[in-house]
Ligand binder design. Structure first.
Ligand code: ZN
Length: 122
C-alpha cells in the first residue's frame, strides 16, 4: 500500500494517508493518488497538483567522517580533543562534534583523558 505523505507547496499542510481528510469526506487510509481530482488543500484551497511528495528526513550518519576521525586518531597515537581533530582532518568543527557525539553513543571512541578521545579499538 502506498503510504507517502504529500505536502502543500503553498502553505506546508501535509496530507497524511493514515489520517485522510475526514472533514472533506476523505476516509483515513486514502492514498494521495486516490484523492478525487477536485480535492483541495484543506488549509489554503490549492489544488492537488500543488502538492509535492514529502521526503522523510533521514538522520545523517556521518559514516565517512567517522572513518576520517578514527584514522586521524590512530595516526596521532594519542588522545585528541575535538578541536585538534578538526585541525588534523580539515573537517568542519560542527561536523566533528556531531560525528563524535554519534561515536561516543555507539562506543567506538573512548575518553581516557578529560575532553580527549581515542578509538575504543586500537
Ligand atoms: Zn495548502
Amino acid at each position: 500500500m502506498e503510504n507517502k505523505k504529500y505536502k502543500c507547496a503553498k502553505c506546508g499542510y501535509t496530507y497524511d494517508p493514515e489520517v485522510g481528510d475526514p472533514k472533506h469526506g476523505i476516509e483515513p487510509g486514502t492514498p494521495f493518488e486516490e484523492l478525487p481530482d477536485d480535492w483541495k488543500c484543506p488549509r489554503c484551497r490549492k489544488p492537488k497538483d500543488q502538492f509535492v511528495e514529502k521526503e522523510e528526513k533521514k538522520e545523517p550518519t556521518y559514516m565517512e567522517e567517522k572513518n576520517v576521525i578514527l584514522e586521524a586518531m590512530k595516526k596521532a597515537g594519542e588522545p585528541l580533543n575535538a578541536g585538534k581533530i578538526a585541525e588534523l582532518t580539515g573537517l568542519d568543527r560542527k561536523i566533528v562534534d556531531k560525528a563524535m557525539a554519534a561515536m561516543k553513543k555507539e562506543g567506538s571512541i573512548v575518553s581516557p583523558v578529560r575532553c580527549k578521545w581515542e578509538p575504543a579499538e586500537k
